[in-house]
Write a protein that binds this ligand. Structure first.
Ligand code: PEP
Ligand code: MN
Length: 337
């Protein structure tokens, strides 16, 4: 449940509610808005009645959140969460682009791609050092060496970095270089990993499991939030359906639905949805038209030589065209790029 404080409630009144929550054996999460403070009461709330808080001074109302996700819901935090990264605010008016190769393959490949996407207006470089591959015989990523290259290219270009972390024990190492920790589709319900990225306090991009519902995605986000890390972004990257022409089916409806249910930024990855570069631009335009806060796009200077996901990677020139088309859509829906 949430305890909504009156406009102008004092520090002491807020503190008294927080103490009460603790005394009853629950955890509290504070959402301090411009107008009012909301206190989330986290735990098995069937054990407590609203009345306990309603009688306290400074309390306006007590509301039970009907969704199974609490901290992620708009009831708890009505305003959009904004995650600032490298001078850009994700979740605010500008549509934020994250782009780069599927995987770090070499210094030259990473730097060439980074410079190209930077020139196209990107602030955040994507590239995996640890790759979760369906086949154990496929390229598994450069691992630690890949992280070193990412750190070098980050330093050289001034771009922020988003990269995947696959296991809880990797979190401290990956967090040294990453500005955003990516949790991949195959790990959306790896609860130990969610716990670890929650504890890290670093911004997290949580990808929707390829066979997960929106509610399951939000419950996974809830794990991270409940560890005190509120800098979480959700990513729709396509789900598995009966349709084989595309690698996955981009669930465009997830964008407006998630934006309504949660205050967390919603990012779309059109590359892993399409599986083919030719559809990446139209899907990006659709995503932004539907209200996405950002895009995660795979770009490779030589897709035919890519060690992973070449067929869905855009060449830098084509990525520039994508940016122009997406900019027009962004402006049409009252956003900027
Ligand atoms: C990726 O972003 O390279 C990736 C592996 O994505 P997903 O987890 O969505 O398959
Ligand atoms: Mn990929």
């Amino acid at each position: 449940m949430i305890v909504v404080m009156r406009r102008g409630a004092s520090e002491e009144q807020v503190q008294a509610v927080v103490e009460k929550v603790k005394e009853l054996g629950f955890r509290s999460h504070l959402s301090v808005g411009e107008e009012r403070t909301i206190i989330g009461v986290i735990g098995d709330e069937r054990r407590v009645s609203e009345g306990v808080f309603r009688v306290m001074e400074g309390v306006e109302k007590v509301v039970r959140i009907l969704h199974p996700f609490k901290l992620a819901s708009r009831d708890f935090h009505p305003h959009d969460t904004i995650v600032p990264i490298n001078g850009v605010s994700i979740g605010d008016r500008p549509v934020v682009l994250m782009a780069g190769p599927c995987a770090v393959e070499s210094r030259e490949q990473l730097l060439e791609t980074a410079l190209a996407v930077k020139e196209a207006g990107v602030h955040i470089l994507r590239a995996g050092a640890f790759k979760p591959r369906t086949s154990p015989y496929s390229f598994q990523g450069l691992g630690e060496k890949g992280l070193e290259l990412l750190a070098e290219v980050k330093e050289e270009t001034g771009l922020a970095v988003i990269t995947e972390v696959m296991a809880p024990e990797q979190v401290p190492l990956v967090a040294q270089c990453a500005d955003i920790l990516q949790v991949g589709t195959r790990n959306m319900q790896n609860y130990n990993l969610l716990h670890a990225v929650g504890e890290s306090g670093k911004p997290v991009l949580l990808k929707r499991g390829m066979m997960s519902t929106m509610e399951e995605l939000l419950m996974s986000a809830e794990y991270i939030l409940s560890h005190g890390n509120y800098r979480v972004m959700l990513c729709e990257r396509g789900i598995r359906t009966f349709e084989p022409y595309t690698r996955n089916t981009l669930d465009i409806s997830a964008v407006p639905v998630l934006k309504q249910l949660t205050h967390l930024p919603v990012i779309v990855d059109p590359s892993h949805a399409a599986g083919n570069w030719e559809w990446v631009t139209p899907l990006s335009m659709a995503a932004v038209a539907a209200g996405a806060d950002g895009l995660l796009v795979e770009v490779h200077p030589h897709p035919d030589k890519a060690l992973s996901d070449g067929p869905q990677s855009l060449r830098p020139e084509r990525f520039k065209e994508l940016v122009e088309k997406v900019r027009a859509v962004a402006q049409a829906v009252g956003r900027s790029l």
